[in-house]
Design a protein around this ligand. Structure first.
Ligand code: GRG
Length: 291
């Protein structure tokens, strides 16, 4: 896996600064109100991993598309939407989190009203970035539709509603998979399909990329559950709907390994990619220490 890690490191070294720079300049003076701009910028530039835009760009690179600043901006729109979801998830009416990425959460710094509006602003701006650019009109409409479906009431919002409604009830495996597919997986799936749309990928490869994306989303969630698993002295998370609580730590590790294998198989089915090494390298994210 070390060679794979290097591929990812190199890709990140090239594109993370560009994504950050485009997000920073795109968010500056987005409105006429400094407080709103400051609040949106505070969360957007708070040190996220940028995994979602990187995945979009990775699909483009895998199909030999030359990555221009415009394509980076379109690929980064999903980061605006992701940031909105985190700001709203932290609000007192939802998870009520005081911190995010080691800093005060948006509402702790700016108040519930401005935080809600900063989230609304980022959500809307994401669609503006998909619509207002030089890509062919058909691609722009497809991207808008894909993101609306992934993030809206059929997708992430539905997932969040299931999450808050089932806080006090235990889901079975199918229920947990549905929750995670909606809450977490849909956005990853969007990223891979967005790359496929911009790269003009054929239907056969699109299906394999879609399989890769769903498995990637599941792996992301299981990995997150494993890292966040409660310790024995920690009583807070023991009732939460997570893979570790449902399958036990060993069961969750096994499921993660199966899911990563399925992701890899989907990549191996790609017929027209120039190389699958870069997409494969993203699976190194899910490496666990021995335990
Ligand atoms: C408010 C409609 C609405 C939805 C919120 C995102 C979300 C849905 C809830 C957050 C809870 C959570 C921990 C979900 C797991 C998946 C997730 C989004 C993790 C954070 O993503 P990373 O690790 O974050 O990519 P960074 O900080 O790197 O951007």
């Amino acid at each position: 896996m070390n060679a794979n890690k290097q591929v990812l490191q190199q890709f990140k070294a090239e594109y993370l600064p560009k994504i950050d720079q485009i997000l920073q300049s795109g968010i500056e003076k987005a409105s006429n109100v400094k407080l709103l701009d400051d609040s949106m910028e505070y969360s957007l530039m708070a040190g996220g991993k940028r995994l979602r835009p990187l995945l979009v760009l990775a699909v483009l690179q895998s199909y030999g598309i030359q990555i221009t600043d415009e394509l980076i901006k379109v690929s980064s729109a999903v980061e605006l939407l992701h940031t909105y979801s985190l700001i709203h998830d932290d609000l007192p009416a939802m998870d009520d989190s005081d911190t995010r990425r080691g800093k005060p959460s948006n509402h702790k710094k700016f108040g519930d009203d401005i935080a809600t509006l900063a989230g609304d602003g980022l959500l809307t701006l994401a669609f503006e970035w998909l619509a207002d650019n030089q890509l062919p009109a058909e691609q722009r409409i497809t991207l808008v539709s894909l993101l609306a479906n992934a993030a809206g009431p059929h997708g992430m919002v539905e997932g969040q509603v299931i999450d808050v409604s089932f806080e006090d009830r235990t889901l079975d495996l199918a229920g947990l998979q549905n929750l995670d597919r909606k809450k977490t997986g849909e956005l990853f799936h969007y990223c891979i399909l967005a790359g496929a749309v911009m790269a003009g990928v054929n239907d056969i490869d699109r299906k394999s990329l879609s399989d890769f994306a769903w498995n990637f989303g599941v792996a992301f969630q299981i990995y997150d559950d494993i890292l966040d698993a409660p310790t024995e002295s920690d009583h807070e998370d023991v009732d939460k709907n997570t893979y570790v609580n449902l399958l036990g730590m060993n069961g969750a590790r096994e499921k993660l390994s199966e899911t990563v294998t399925d992701s890899l198989k989907a990549l191996e089915n790609l017929e027209n990619a120039q190389s699958i090494d870069l997409l494969k390298s993203f699976l190194t994210y899910f490496q666990l220490g021995k335990g």
